[in-house]
Write a protein that binds this ligand. Structure first.
Ligand SMILES: *Cc1c(COP(=O)(O)O)cnc(C)c1O
Length: 455
């Protein structure tokens, strides 16, 4: 029998509303605290950085939030995205399992990130914002926001983690093509960047440091610039749920429902975007899919971090949230999955892991690249090193099915392609890529700098 390989939705099937998991959280979220007073933040404080419409989305308890028509119009450039059944990978593994993946690498910049970049630029434009600041790790977020700002006529200043700025120079050029200004972080353009450089002239940078720089520029701009974040926050995760809403419908087309749902997790946005609509089914519709978030073993916030209050950024200027954290001063090793090098995790993902609704696993760099190469040899797509973390666990689960003979349905999110990660793949093929030891000493040290919150 010949199998169907891909499941496509018509353009009119682009979702009309985002799914807001706040409405269904089994445990109420902890309050977001002001970094100075350590008291719950007011919308006023947040409005220095964000337009009120996004702040209202952040705290909304409505289950469905309408997607504005101008945003759906731009979504049409790449949405709905395809869902594939990895028939050739199943055969290569010799597994009775069925493996499905949702492919977000078909967006113009090659990842899921534009799903939130476009609405963030839209809501800022609507609120009268003229310019945005942001950080970027591997450059995926920066290129997505640069594209979105260009569509809406907003200026954009980007702080790019230094190690990626040098490893992935072409991502910077993409951002510049869209008219953005890109600086390697730590930079000498901010007080915090100067402080880091004075203490560690060779600092490779980190997402936490780059966030601090972008936040500082917006917060000290006298209102002329707002700040935009590519992950972690509730509204960002919510914008990404177009992925899982489409995937639910595509699984229905395939006539199957996943037993296992998998996504890689850096700040948690592509994981949540893909998985939350399935979590919704678990929480409210009697479904029992296992939901797995996968992180790098060298930056294991969910599997080894503490579920506690910590700052969102390295400089302790961003709000304090309750999340799984390795300590805001922790600088993760320079693995190639730059988008997964963040000390914390989205509060809702953290709460769901803590409550047992979501499982977390950590995988090493070498086994991740092995999975990436194996996947491309069957499916033809070269995955981003970040996405390959999800592939690793999907393959592990499929191989378990081979042992037990179980015919499980496994679905994962392929968050982006790896066309700008060729240096990493080259190093892998030449045996020059290594695993990083779990950086226990650095993490233990960082954990001594947690804010002393009294709740
Ligand atoms: C940024 C990025 C990630 C990690 O970010 P999340 O917010 O955890 O999704 C994963 N995959 C790709 C391709 C990315 O660009």
């Amino acid at each position: 029998m010949s199998e169907q390989y891909k499941f496509m939705l018509e353009e009119k099937k682009i979702p009309k509303a985002w799914y807001n998991i706040n409405a269904d959280m089994p445990v109420p979220p902890a309050p977001v605290l002001h970094p100075g007073t350590m008291q719950p933040v007011t919308p006023d404080f947040l409005s220095v950085l964000f337009p009120m419409s996004l702040i209202m989305q952040e705290i909304s308890q409505e289950r469905w939030i309408e997607i504005p028509e101008p945003v759906r119009e731009i979504y049409k450039l790449w949405r709905p995205t395809p869902m594939y059944r990895a028939v050739r990978l199943e055969k290569a593994l010799g597994t009775p399992a069925h493996i499905y993946y949702k492919y977000e690498g078909v967006s113009p910049v090659g990842s899921h990130k534009p799903n939130t970049a476009v609405p963030q630029a839209f809501f800022n434009k609507e609120a009268g914002t003229k310019a945005l600041t942001t950080e970027t790790g591997a450059g995926q977020w920066g290129s997505a926001l640069a594209m979105a700002c260009n569509f809406f006529g907003l200026d954009l200043e980007i702080y790019m983690v230094k190690v990626s700025y040098h490893q992935k120079p072409y991502r910077r050029v993409i951002m510049e093509n869209f008219g953005a200004q890109v600086y390697a972080s730590p930079s000498d353009r901010t007080q915090f960047g100067k402080k880091v450089l004075a203490e560690h002239p060779d600092s490779p940078g980190s997402l936490g440091i780059a966030i601090s720089e972008a936040v500082e520029v917006a917060a000290t701009s006298g209102g002329s610039k707002k700040y935009s974040l590519g992950s972690v926050l509730g509204h960002v995760l919510m914008h990404q749920t177009v992925i899982g809403i489409e995937a639910l419908e595509q699984m229905e087309m395939a006539g199957e429902y996943p037993d296992i749902v998998i996504g890689c997790a850096g700040g948690g946005s592509n994981f949540a975007g893909f998985a939350y609509p399935f979590v919704h089914q678990n929480l409210t519709n009697g479904k029992k899919a296992r939901i797995i978030a996968v992180e790098p073993a060298s930056c294991p916030s969910l599997t080894k971090g503490k579920y506690t209050f910590d700052y969102g950024d390295a400089a302790a200027m961003a709000p304090i949230v309750k999340m799984h954290t390795l300590g805001h001063t922790f600088i993760p090793p320079g693995i190639h999955a730059g988008g997964l090098r963040y000390h914390g995790m989205a509060p809702s993902v953290s709460a769901l892991v803590d409550h047992g609704d979501v499982e977390a696993q950590a995988v090493n760099q070498l086994e991740t690249f092995e999975a990436a190469v194996r996947f491309s040899r069957s499916e033809g797509i070269i995955p981003a090193p970040e996405s390959a973390h999800a592939i690793r666990v999907a393959i592990n689960e499929a191989l378990k099915c081979k042992q037990t003979g179980e015919k499980k349905v496994i679905a994962f999110n392929l968050s982006g392609h790896g066309h700008f990660d060729m240096m990493a793949f080259e190093q892998y093929h030449h045996g020059r890529l290594t695993d990083f030891e779990y950086p226990a000493a650095e993490i233990n040290e960082a954990m001594t700098h947690l804010p002393k919150v009294v709740v």
